[in-house]
Ligand binder design. Structure first.
Ligand SMILES: Cc1cc2nc3c(=O)[nH]c(=O)nc-3n(C[C@H](O)[C@H](O)[C@H](O)COP(=O)(O)OP(=O)(O)OC[C@H]3O[C@@H](n4cnc5c(N)ncnc54)[C@H](O)[C@@H]3O)c2cc1C
Length: 428
């Protein structure tokens, strides 16, 4: 139902991070005139997450700079904020969301934007052991990082790698552990994952890949002497790593429990059609990390945990809520970035353990592009390092049917143009 058609229209968005707050703002841009209520479990005003492992953690960005929606902006847009108010249930027949304090909030359209949370530490979480998902998590971790000492990071994915990079910049002795032999191999393949592993080593971070953690124990006597307990991270190799601070970055879990019993289908996220509408519940949409929608270009249900997808999907959902008779399909080209040490890593399209073509530029240190092909011939996605022009070309080329050899030639020409030098290495 459009706000233009009904004075009683009320969109309730549950989840007030990037997907939720961008949807609220985009609704106004799309012409929605009904009431917009943005419900969030967090007590902080909406903030962004990517800087929590990078600029906010290092101190290069203030919390205010990292804000997504101020009270003034929300008020000007007519967005009603209900923060510190987790939703605990939804009655899709009565079209009512129930909050933890018992308040009920009726809706004509519900937007689910509750994202994911950090997977808890299976080894407990004594003082000094951190997860990283929220601003509170980042504040607590930053306090411990500023106290200095030794950091053990468990998990060599995006979050673990970024925290390792930030902490080593802050002067900590950092060790990183992951049971996979090669970090990020699922996303980048073994060869490029090996390059990411070598990057840690280059910056003095000690790596323990192919090694699992069996336990984390606390040395209490040391706490009495220094005020900070020493932590021991026990590895399945028998080694024990001594740490002042430990970060556990071992993945995420969807925040879906409040939907239990509602009839909204949740299978690794809220299952949606190509318009991001929950299947079987046309008044309900999902957006951001919690959404698992039909991506028509892949003819598959897709769920990503990428900032850009959340922002683009918010625009699409806002349009579809406001113009239900003219809905748009959501079929984005995947894009995610990661900042690690001096590397800006950018990934687009479909990558992984696929055929690869690697290009490197001799004239600029650490400028790399890796092209991937799902069928061994046609280009499907790319990873670039410190090379925004190549990334743009690679992003545009997704889904065009170009071969990796042809795209490799285009990038080589780009290199020639920018540096008058040919690609230093081109190998299949
Ligand atoms: C440290 C960190 C670094 C990252 N870096 C990058 C990066 O470099 N590049 C990139 O592309 N992506 C990055 N990401 C991922 C990116 O931030 C996410 O894709 C994005 O935050 C997803 O937004 P979202 O709004 O869908 O979900 P979330 O950010 O998970 O927000 C969900 C919100 O819903 C709230 N909520 C949950 N349950 C309830 C409930 N029952 N009631 C009310 N509210 C509820 C939560 O409190 C939260 O505020 C990073 C993530 C983290 C944590």
């Amino acid at each position: 139902m459009s706000g233009l058609e009904s004075a009683e229209a009320q969109v309730v968005i549950v989840g007030a991070s990037v997907a939720g707050s961008k949807t609220a703002q985009a609704l106004r841009t799309a012409g929605y005139e009904g009431t917009i209520i943005l419900v969030g479990a967090d007590t902080d005003l909406p903030y962004d997450k990517p800087p929590l492992s990078k600029q906010v953690l290092s101190g290069a960005m203030t919390e205010t700079e990292n804000g997504l929606l101020s009270r003034e902006t929300a008020a000007q847009a007519g967005i009603v904020l209900k923060l510190g108010a987790p939703a605990v249930g939804v009655d899709t027949a009565a079209r009512v969301v129930t909050l933890a304090d018992g308040e009920t909030v009726p809706y004509t359209t519900l937007v689910v934007a509750t994202g994911v949370r950090a997977r808890p530490s299976p080894w407990g979480q004594p003082a000094g052991v951190h997860l990283l998902r929220t601003l509170d998590d980042a504040r607590a971790l930053r306090t411990d990082l500023l106290a200095g000492g030794r950091l053990v990071v468990i998990g060599g994915g995006f979050i673990g790698s970024e925290v390792s990079a930030t902490a080593s910049k802050l002067g900590m002795k950092v060790q990183i552990v992951d049971p996979v032999p090669v970090p990020m191999a699922r996303i980048l393949g073994d060869e490029t994952g090996g390059v990411m592993s070598a990057l840690h080593t280059r910056y003095g971070v000690e790596t323990f890949f192919g090694t699992g953690v069996t336990d984390i124990t606390v040395d209490e006597p040391n706490a009495a002497a220094t005020g900070r307990p020493t932590l021991s991270v026990h590895l399945d190799s028998g080694e024990v790593l001594t740490a002042d601070t430990v970060v556990v970055g071992i993945g995420t879990i969807t925040n879906h429990e409040w939907l239990d019993g509602s009839g909204i289908l949740v299978e690794n996220g809220v299952v949606c059609d190509q318009f991001c509408r929950a299947v079987g519940n046309p008044d309900v949409y999902a957006v951001g990390d919690i959404a698992r929608w039909l991506h028509t270009r892949h003819n598959a249900l897709v769920r990503t945990e990428h900032w850009t997808t959340a922002v683009e999907q918010a625009q699409c959902v806002a349009h579809n809520v406001t113009h239900p008779d003219d809905p748009r399909e959501f079929a984005p080209v995947e894009y995610v970035w990661s900042d690690q040490y001096e590397w800006k890593v950018q990934i687009t399209g479909r990558t992984g353990a696929l055929t690869q073509l690697t290009l490197a530029d001799d004239s600029v240190p650490d400028r790399i592009a890796v092209l991937y092909s799902e069928d061994g011939t046609h280009y499907s996605g790319a990873m670039t390092v410190n090379w925004p022009k190549a990334l743009m070309a690679c992003r545009r080329a997704v889904g065009t049917g170009v071969t990796i050899t042809e795209l490799g030639e285009t990038l080589t020409a780009l290199l020639k143009k920018s540096s008058e030098k040919t690609a230093a290495a081109v190998r299949l």
